[in-house]
Design a protein around this ligand. Structure first.
Ligand SMILES: [Fe+2]
Length: 619
């Protein structure tokens, strides 16, 4: 969503408010609405593991003892040894803020090699090992590591610090299928070598004792020393661990998961968009990294931003990074993003499925191709469905008999009167008609549903400007029940029923009586960090009076848009979709963006029952 659009929205919504309440919105003022900052939470981390510590040695379970140094400097390799007395049926570690390099189980016990992260203030981090016996009794021990501050890399935003060693940008995985997943890393090239040979390894266990897939890949200067490999021969619906090796050096550990195949009870997807590193801290990514309950993360665009919003200068370094307008600067912007530890942790913890939006690629003829190529260098994506055209990001992934995840691109293939373009329509029609799954989940960058305020539509330039394409899409979706559209771009939360022309005054949609008019539901799960309604309306933080006004505006939005089941205009974060054969339950998780913080809260829960094609309204 561009700034102009947000300003229009703010203006239009104030108009709405004036029309409905006769209130004065007032101007911007300092805020008391932001969550408190906890300086300890500036801890940087890369570890994909974030299980909450639980149990202790006095609980009657196995006795765990950890030993290792209590102090370190950034990039030190710290060896923690563990002994476990008693029967340990399973072992689990949590590494708050610490990237794991190696975990080994030998005759002498257990060894964890962890990497002290680069931090800018003295930071205390915790490693915990928990052993559970066959009866479920737990024992655990924790060790704390005080990491001394060091200077961050030059020109980085606050809270950022590059990783260490030859893999400073971490690891990632993406586009999971039943028997394979894509693995990604970037290696720094010693002496500017044109090519660096890497080994990649996938294991079924955290200790890398059961290696199931491995190979050699060359990281070349042609791809900015990034690699994307397809790890095959895997088992559907299974969690794996992976790493890259360059000589003796190992990348941080990554965790990923294959898509399920065949009969599938449950799929859990996270949904998000609009992550400006300048507009806020990536606290939501930090919390996402600590989850262990997701099959995949779906990012719906504006994964990175090509500019700094003047109203949202939460963490802008000096000098400011130049806006990318060349291959070298786009690559630099991707690397800049990967100097954020929370983003690295989130990418290392789950397989991601990503489409781009207008701040990731610029729609500018020949240049688009080169920018899309750079995006593909840094974000693992399956090869384009139109062979040889890197601009084709629309694609689909199947999650057993439960979910067909269909990513469409409402940005790069537009014609004058069609937001999708003819080639994408052919592909989409075939995919939707061939989907044998219980649910069809369609990810796209823009809000598909109408968003109306007195005086006009709120999202001009996108689906609201292509009413015929939208009607055609709804007709196609209406051939089957149980469609769920995930969207991004608008920076606030909208949950809507998929109804063509729902605000037509001669045929106003009534969710209580017009169920047959809806062909499914849509969820836009706010922004990770890019400015929301309040940041734009108040040019920063809103005071309590303005926040109250915004609350009224969001209630009124739902009144004049009867297809909207929920709207929230302030919060940032992500959604989690719990999908079963009976229903989809969507949770909206919100966290602050203006300070580093571990705070997170469940803002709302929405449900769509199978066959209903409407969000369930509370009575
Ligand atoms: Fe955006």
């Amino acid at each position: 969503m561009n700034r102009h659009l947000l300003r229009s929205l703010a203006t239009a919504s104030v108009c709405l408010l004036l029309l409905t309440l006769g209130c004065d919105s007032g101007g911007g003022a300092s805020s008391e609405g932001a969550a408190d900052a906890d300086p300890q939470d500036t801890a940087t981390s890369d570890a994909p593991e974030g299980d909450a510590p639980e149990g202790d040695a006095s609980s009657g379970g196995p006795r765990v003892t950890l030993s290792g140094p209590s102090e370190a400097s950034g990039c030190d390799a710290v060896t923690v040894t563990a002994s476990v007395e008693g029967d340990a049926a399973s072992l689990d570690w949590s590494l708050e803020g610490l990237p794991l390099i190696a975990a080994e189980r030998g005759d002498d016990g257990l060894t964890l090699v962890i990497e002290a992260p680069v931090v800018t203030t003295e930071t205390t981090l915790t490693a915990r090992l928990t052993a559970t016996d066959a009866q479920g009794a737990e024992g655990s021990d924790a060790i704390t590591l005080i990491v001394a501050p060091t200077a961050p890399g030059e020109g980085l935003s606050e809270g950022m610090a590059a990783g260490c060693g030859p893999f400073p940008h971490g690891v990632a995985s993406g586009d999971p299928e039943g028997d394979s997943v894509l693995l990604w890393t970037r290696v720094t090239s010693p002496g500017d070598a044109a090519a660096v040979e890497l080994r990649w390894v996938v294991a079924a266990d955290r200790w890398f004792e059961q290696i199931v897939s491995e190979g050699i890949v060359s990281a070349t200067a042609e791809r900015d020393h990034t690699v994307t490999v397809e790890a095959g021969g895997l088992t559907p619906g299974t969690t794996y661990y992976y790493r890259f090796e360059s000589g003796e050096a190992r990348s941080p550990l990554g965790r990923t998961r294959t898509a399920p195949a065949g009969p599938t009870e449950r799929v859990r997807l996270a949904s998000m968009s609009c992550s400006s590193i300048f507009s806020g801290y990536f606290n939501a990514y930090g919390r996402l990294a600590e989850r262990d309950d997701l099959d995949a993360v779906v990012h719906l665009g504006d994964y990175l931003y090509d500019f700094v919003d003047e109203n949202e200068r939460v963490r802008v370094p000096t000098p400011e990074p130049p806006d990318p307008d060349s291959q070298a600067l786009w690559r630099a912007r991707h690397r800049y993003y990967l100097s954020d530890p929370d983003l690295r942790r989130a990418r290392a913890a789950h397989p991601w499925v990503v489409i781009w939006d207008n701040h990731d690629v610029d729609d500018d003829g020949d240049r688009t191709q080169r920018v899309a190529e750079v995006f593909r260098e840094y974000v693992p994506m399956r090869p384009p469905v139109v062979e040889g055209d890197p601009r084709v990001a629309y694609r689909a992934l199947r999650f057993g008999d439960l979910v067909d995840l269909i990513l469409i691109d409402a940005l790069l293939h537009r014609t004058e009167d069609d937001i999708l373009g003819p080639a994408q329509w052919s592909w989409l029609t075939a995919r939707l008609r061939g989907a044998p799954t219980a649910w069809r989940v369609i990810g796209n960058q823009k809000l598909v549903s109408t968003l109306f305020v007195p005086g006009g539509l709120l999202d001009p330039g996108n689906w609201d400007d292509y009413p015929q394409t939208r009607a055609r899409l709804f007709e196609l979706l209406g051939e089957a029940d149980d469609n769920l559209i995930l969207s991004g771009d608008l920076h606030f939360t909208i949950a809507a029923d998929l109804v063509d022309r729902p605000t037509d005054p001669m045929d106003l949609y009534d969710p209580a009586t017009d169920a047959e008019r809806s062909v499914g539901v849509e969820l836009l799960a706010t922004s990770i960090s890019r400015g929301n309604f309040d940041e734009q309306l108040c040019s920063g933080r809103c005071d309590e009076g303005n926040l109250n006004i915004i609350t009224v505006v969001q209630q009124e939005l739902a009144v004049v848009n009867p297809h909207i089941a929920a709207a929230e205009l302030i919060e940032h974060g992500y959604g989690v979709l719990d999908i079963t054969a009976e229903r989809v339950t969507a949770e909206l998780w919100y966290s602050p963006i203006r300070e580093p913080s571990r705070d997170e809260r469940l803002g709302a829960t929405l449900v769509v029952e199978r066959g209903a094609n409407q969000w369930t309204r509370s009575q």
